[in-house]
Design a protein around this ligand. Structure first.
Ligand SMILES: [Zn+2]
Length: 192
């Protein structure tokens, strides 16, 4: 079992210890009340501390096999035989998304410590941003079938949810249906 070491360190089963600022851990725990949050350390072999409901729940260890959540939990479908279902984002689109996000990280943000990280649930693409080891929600995009027509929702920290009706935030004019536009908006709304 992973161990929490007072006040702000964590020990993985493999013996690796991750140290953070107390403030960081406090904020992550506060943010984790309603959803899991992930805190990556900056060691060469990166460990990710997972909090939920204000507590440590897991340490993702690079020395262990990938945790099952990175695998598709959906029922197996033979590659290439199925068209996109309405409820999920097709793998080909995800591949494009990865490339767009990576390109944006390396050519627009150009700071190895700040990068957008995509994750998916159903028809939603979530863009989190990792800033100096802290992963924070920024915005959520809904796939409508076109790469240029994603529906946008900014993450509101005041309400701890995504709000597709909120358009009064810095950077909102950047939202243009594309993933790049969403990432630009996110940078203005939540500067890295
Ligand atoms: Zn470990």
């Amino acid at each position: 079992m992973p161990k929490e070491i007072f006040p702000s360190s964590f020990e993985c089963d493999c013996g690796h210890q991750s140290d953070f600022f107390e403030n960081t851990v406090r904020e992550m725990k506060a943010m984790s009340q309603k959803k899991k949050v992930y805190l990556a350390d900056s060691a060469p072999e990166e460990h990710t501390i997972v909090f939920y409901r204000g507590k440590l729940v897991e340490i993702q260890c690079p020395k262990q096999a990938q945790s099952p959540k990175t695998k598709q939990s959906a029922p197996k479908s033979k590659p290439g035989t199925k068209r996109a279902t309405t409820r999920g984002i097709p793998d080909t689109v995800k591949t494009d998304v990865e490339a767009i996000v990576q390109h944006f990280n390396t050519t627009v943000i150009r700071n190895p410590h700040c990068l957008y990280v995509p994750r998916y649930r159903g028809k939603f693409l979530y863009l989190d941003r990792q800033d100096y080891g802290r992963l924070s929600p920024i915005c959520r995009l809904e796939y409508t079938g076109h790469m240029q027509k994603w529906s946008f929702a900014i993450y509101k920290y005041s309400d701890e949810r995504y709000d597709e009706e909120e358009w009064f935030f810095p950077g909102s004019e950047q939202v243009d249906g594309t993933i790049e536009g969403a990432m630009k908006a996110g940078l203005e709304a939540y500067p890295a």
